[in-house]
Design a protein around this ligand. Structure first.
Ligand code: SF4
Ligand code: SF4
Length: 386
């Protein structure tokens, strides 16, 4: 494969971020969750070995390294998180390296000790919060099927006081019509940074997609309205950086390349989502923290990542029967920005990491075409013509 040459040298792909699945269990049972819950948790030896592994493959990396905590709900293992942070900081000090921490959490288990751990280790937080009570509770449920909003509501003042908090809003077809009102509500609570994530695996019909178009237009209006209040909607910035990047046809994300995830037993995967979808599957594993990377399998995923992003919405590579050869990507206005780079989702839905599912292409095209519509005029024309 032509692109395989570009990843022949793994030395150019330094691992900078390792995500530890400290538990595969969770106190919630959100209906759209892709993590298969098990009572498995990471032991201290495996966690220390994971930290040692990150430092051992980065002897020459000048950048700050990052350890992420993921689950299930990682705060169920807050003692382990505290230990790993101390261990990793000691280790970084010994070898003159730098380390930072991040965590994705449902923010429903913030004890005083948990809050202290987050503050002391300066852990950057991504918290899952879909909007006001009636929206959040629609899919984010407790084990007994009750809404979980009243738990996270108590955590909002703490979250607002932290220096690094990103709110991840998961968007389902049923909640799409309330995205803008939810976002406004969260902004009024003092939260400032947001990432919206439509659930690709959900059932999107014409009505849901119509609401999604309206919602995405609304993001641009909100960003404009609150631009002087420090509000950042990451989805908009991501498209803008793709438009401005001279290499927007490079790798879509860091999976297998600059990041990897380790499951509770020590197996390595290209990213956290692979663990959720393919836990215990040796096929998707790219090694383990005891013996190290399986270089060939890692390389295969890096190649898939490149191909997935370069194939855009998929029309150019995969829809041969529906599109004449001279009308594939080269005439499309979206061609510089429409990469479908989530190789985890691709593999889960189509069986091939580089092949996007049809719905993924539709959602991607809505996001990109909305951006172009909302930013149309001289500013965008200038960017596209550069
Ligand atoms: S809180 Fe997160 S891990 Fe737990 S069920 Fe909900 S989405 Fe899944
Ligand atoms: S493969 Fe998908 S889920 Fe994993 S890091 Fe890349 S974009 Fe994110």
């Amino acid at each position: 494969m032509e692109n395989a040459n570009k990843v022949s040298d793994l030395g150019s792909h330094l691992l900078r971020s390792l995500v530890l699945m400290v538990t595969e269990d969770c106190n919630l049972r959100c209906e759209y969750c892709y993590v298969r819950k098990r009572p498995n948790k990471m032991d201290i030896e495996t966690a220390e070995q994971a930290v040692d592994f990150l430092f051992s493959v980065n002897r020459v990396c000048p950048d700050i390294l990052e350890i992420g905590f993921f689950g299930g709900e990682p705060m169920m293992e807050v003692g382990l998180i505290d230990h790993v942070c101390c261990y990793a900081r000691d280790k970084a000090g010994q070898i003159g390296s730098r380390i930072g921490f991040a965590m994705t959490t449902n923010a429903t288990m913030f004890s005083d000790y948990g809050k202290r751990v987050i503050r002391e280790h300066n852990i950057g937080i991504t918290c899952s919060l879909d909007g006001m009570a009636e929206i959040h509770d629609r899919f984010r449920k407790t084990r007994s099927g009750q809404g979980s909003f009243h738990f996270i509501e108590k955590a909002i003042p703490f979250l607002v006081g932290l220096t690094s908090v990103n709110v991840r809003m998961t968007v389902m077809p049923e909640t799409t019509s309330e995205v803008v009102s939810s976002l406004r509500w969260l902004i009024n609570k003092g939260l400032k940074r947001f990432s919206l994530s439509p659930v690709i695996e959900a059932r999107w019909d014409g009505k849901g997609l119509g609401h999604l178009v309206d919602a995405w237009e609304g993001l641009y209006s909100l960003q404009e309205e609150f631009k002087n209040s420090g509000v950042v909607i990451n989805n908009i910035g991501k498209v803008e950086s793709l438009l401005c990047s001279p290499d927007s046809r490079g790798y879509g994300c860091g999976a297998a390349r600059s990041m990897a995830a380790v499951d509770s037993g020590g197996r390595l995967y290209p990213c956290h989502r692979f663990v959720g979808y393919f836990r215990n599957s040796p096929e998707q594993s790219i090694g383990d923290v005891f013996k190290g990377f399986d270089d060939q399998k890692r390389k295969n995923y890096i190649t898939s990542n490149l191909v997935a992003n370069q194939s855009g919405c998929g029309a150019g590579l995969f829809d041969d029967s529906t599109m004449p050869p001279d009308k594939k990507c080269n005439t499309c206005l979206l061609q510089r920005v429409c990469g479908n780079s989530c190789i985890a989702l691709n593999e889960y839905l189509t069986g091939e990491p580089q092949r996007p599912a049809q719905i993924n292409r539709v959602l991607s095209q809505i996001v990109m075409s909305t951006h172009i519509r909302m930013k149309s005029g001289l500013e965008l024309s200038n960017q596209l013509c550069k």
